[in-house]
Design a protein around this ligand. Structure first.
Ligand SMILES: N[C@@H](CCC(=O)N[C@@H](CS)C(=O)NCC(=O)O)C(=O)O
Length: 203
């Protein structure tokens, strides 16, 4: 197996954090997004969306979508379980994965696409779209903070794949995109400090 990767991008980092938590070691093949290598014909043959990460299996099968890759690895390496054990745990983790994807990552991506100089050459930017989505991100931060007021980790008492996905998303939003969460969101801040302190955060 090999994982096509780009160090500075949040979606490949989700998988690297997940792999570090599981102790899985897979060779990383760098693909330079800044040089548009992900849009080369060779890479489009692996993922027609031309995006990272992509996991390539020994038989040439290519799996894209960060959470699908983690799910595949979970089936191969079930311990420690990061997608839950019981039906309720699995559903709760899935619920938070969907919320992080749809309520955090989607608006963060819109702020990135419509509000950042690095993406200005890729589309006709609409500043109002960036502003509107900035508000959506802040609403989502409140939701995360509320959840973390009563739980150690985002989907409950244990670290799960949802924490790996949220950490990569939040660091991207706080950093490159420039939508930091407010310091009054103390539960989110507590969680952020704790997951950043885990060795996997360096992945
Ligand atoms: N939903 C996908 C998103 C993949 C994605 O958008 N990856 C970004 C990097 S974080 C990318 O490759 N962007 C370059 C492009 O789309 O051209 C996932 O979870 O893997």
């Amino acid at each position: 197996m090999k994982l096509y990767d780009y160090k500075a991008a949040p979606n490949p980092r989700r998988v690297r954090i997940y792999m570090a938590e599981k102790g899985i070691d897979i060779p990383l093949i760098p693909v330079d997004i800044m040089k548009r290598e992900q849009k080369s014909p060779d890479f489009l043959a692996k993922n027609p969306l031309g995006s990272l990460p992509v996991l390539e299996l020994a038989d040439g099968t290519c799996i894209s979508e960060s959470v699908a890759i983690c799910r595949y690895l979970e089936a191969l390496y079930p311990e420690p379980p990061l997608f839950g054990r019981t039906a309720a745990e699995k559903a709760r983790i899935e619920m938070w994965l969907r919320r992080i994807e749809l309520n955090v990552m989607v608006p963060v991506g819109m702020v990135w696409a419509h509000g950042h100089p690095l993406t200005a050459s890729l589309l006709k930017q609409i500043p109002e779209a960036a502003e509107q989505n900035r508000k959506r991100v802040h609403l989502a931060y409140k939701l995360l903070n509320e959840q973390l007021s009563g739980a150690a980790f985002i989907a409950g008492p244990d670290y799960t794949v949802a924490d790996a996905v949220l950490l990569a998303t939040l660091d991207f939003a706080n950093g490159l995109v420039g939508v930091p969460y407010e310091s009054c969101l103390t539960h989110l801040k507590r969680w952020h400090g704790e997951v950043l302190a885990r060795p996997s955060a360096a992945a």
